[in-house]
Design a binder for this molecule. Structure first.
Ligand code: SF4
Length: 56
């Protein structure tokens, strides 16, 4: 699936972020993903997070 300038679509449901469009896709061309520290469960929500998030 392509979005905007033929780059990857970043699906995201974080509606509180100012870059989120229609509660389903990120409007940025790229994002920064960072490791979460302090947990080692192997679960996505414990291991990674979007560092490009900005509150609306
Ligand atoms: S910046 Fe991150 S949290 Fe915000 S819409 Fe894009 S992917 Fe989601």
């Amino acid at each position: 699936m392509f979005h905007k300038s033929n780059k990857q679509t970043i699906e995201c449901s974080v509606d509180s972020c100012r870059f989120n469009e229609d509660a389903c896709v990120c409007g940025l061309d790229s994002i920064q993903v960072c490791a979460c520290w302090g947990k080692d469960s192997g679960k996505p929500e414990d291991e990674s997070m979007c560092a490009s998030y900005k509150r609306r």
